[in-house]
Write a protein that binds this ligand. Structure first.
Ligand SMILES: *Cc1c(COP(=O)(O)O)cnc(C)c1O
Length: 357
């Protein structure tokens, strides 16, 4: 079997969820959209079932996968429904649903449902992606309140720049949300992962942590926190070939890397078709047999090259960690000009192994 694999540490996931819950001073929906950011939504939801206040996914299809796997906790659809015909399934499976657009409001008002639906009414407080404007928000809430098709309403918004400590936009969005909802008696939902870490003054009844559950850290931990997030995924493979090259020899496509000294090169069975970023440059950290070293040259579809010159134990069969306990996914993402979210979501083809709870 090809040795490329993703080890998923479900105990670390539970640890991170509990940490997120402590930070949020309310309830926390574990965001498991996009197959739990590439970790396997069903396995992650099962691992969190006795801890979590509920789950959030992008769409009905993702929620139905969880329900089919026996997940009975509340599940929120973060993009709501895409067509009117989904509404009946949403109530049939006891799902909660974001409403963000006028056409959805009309569908809800005109539907004849077997049961009323639990809604999360989204405000566009400044991200300008989806949601009702602060000006129209109260009127939409009143129409939903008056509808027999609505069981409950949570007031929600989403922050665009909570990972930027020097931006004022988070406070501006939060104040916009608070003043546009003033006096409405309903639970609120504002915080994503970076808000939980970086903005202790921004809190709500329901938080929606995603990336921190998986152990990546979009901003520094709050001052005074001794607890750490633990990486959930370790992406690893093995050295399948060695080359001892003199100075001046090219390695890989495009001869992007040329040895500047006698170099032992290890070829690793993992490439961009497995989700490793093709744009990771020479120098991106990897760990071989537990020792840090670096990527060399261009990443290929199925293979990549690493520097083994200073790693005396390295041989064919040596384990190579691309990210995980030793190599921070956040650092790999920064080197490749992207974010951990994208790296995690892109993992595919590798063999998944779950370390049980
Ligand atoms: C994905 C998502 C989240 C989770 O964001 P993180 O940065 O991963 O914590 C929260 N809220 C909404 C609306 C989302 O779409």
């Amino acid at each position: 079997m090809r040795p490329a694999r993703a080890l998923i540490n479900l105990q670390a996931l539970r640890h991170n969820y509990l940490l997120a819950q402590r930070l949020c001073s309310g309830k926390a929906l574990a965001v498991v959209k996009a197959d739990a950011y590439g970790h396997g939504a069903v396995a992650c939801a099962h691992a969190l079932h006795d801890l979590a206040d509920g789950f959030a996914v992008a769409c009905l299809e993702e929620a139905l996968e969880l329900r089919a796997a026996g997940v009975t906790l509340p599940i929120l659809l973060l993009e709501g429904f895409f067509e009117a015909s989904e509404l009946e399934q949403i109530v049939a499976h006891d799902l909660s649903c974001v409403i963000h657009a006028p056409w959805q409001l009309e569908v809800i008002e005109q539907a004849s449902l077997t049961q009323p639906v639990a809604l999360w009414l989204k405000m566009d407080s400044g991200m300008h992606r989806v949601g009702f404007s602060p000006d129209e928000y109260r009127a939409v809430w009143q129409r939903l309140q008056a509808s027999n098709n609505v069981a409950s309403i949570v007031l929600m918004t989403h922050l665009a720049r909570a990972d930027e400590l020097d931006s004022t936009q988070t406070q501006v969005q939060y104040q916009t949300f608070l003043s546009a909802t003033a006096g409405i008696q309903a639970p609120t939902s504002v915080c994503n992962s970076p808000a939980l870490l970086a903005w202790p003054g921004v809190r709500s009844d329901w938080s929606r942590p995603g990336i921190i559950l998986y152990g990546s850290q979009p901003v520094a931990m709050p001052a005074g926190t001794t607890e750490k997030l633990r990486p959930v995924m370790t992406l690893q493979s093995k050295v399948i070939a060695l080359r001892d090259l003199p100075a001046g020899e090219p390695v890989g496509y495009g001869a992007h890397f040329v040895t500047s000294r006698p170099t032992r090169v290890g070829i690793v069975a993992l490439g961009y078709a497995d989700g490793y970023p093709r744009h990771a440059p020479t120098g991106t950290p990897v760990a071989v047999d537990g020792q840090l070293t670096q990527l060399l040259g261009r990443v290929s579809m199925d293979m990549l090259a690493v520097d083994l010159t200073d790693i005396s134990t390295a041989a064919v069969g040596s384990t190579v960690e691309l990210w995980g306990e030793q190599v921070s996914i956040d650092e790999v993402a920064a080197r490749a000009g992207t974010i951990s979210y994208q790296l995690l979501c892109n993992v595919k083809r590798v063999h998944y192994e779950y370390l049980a709870v």
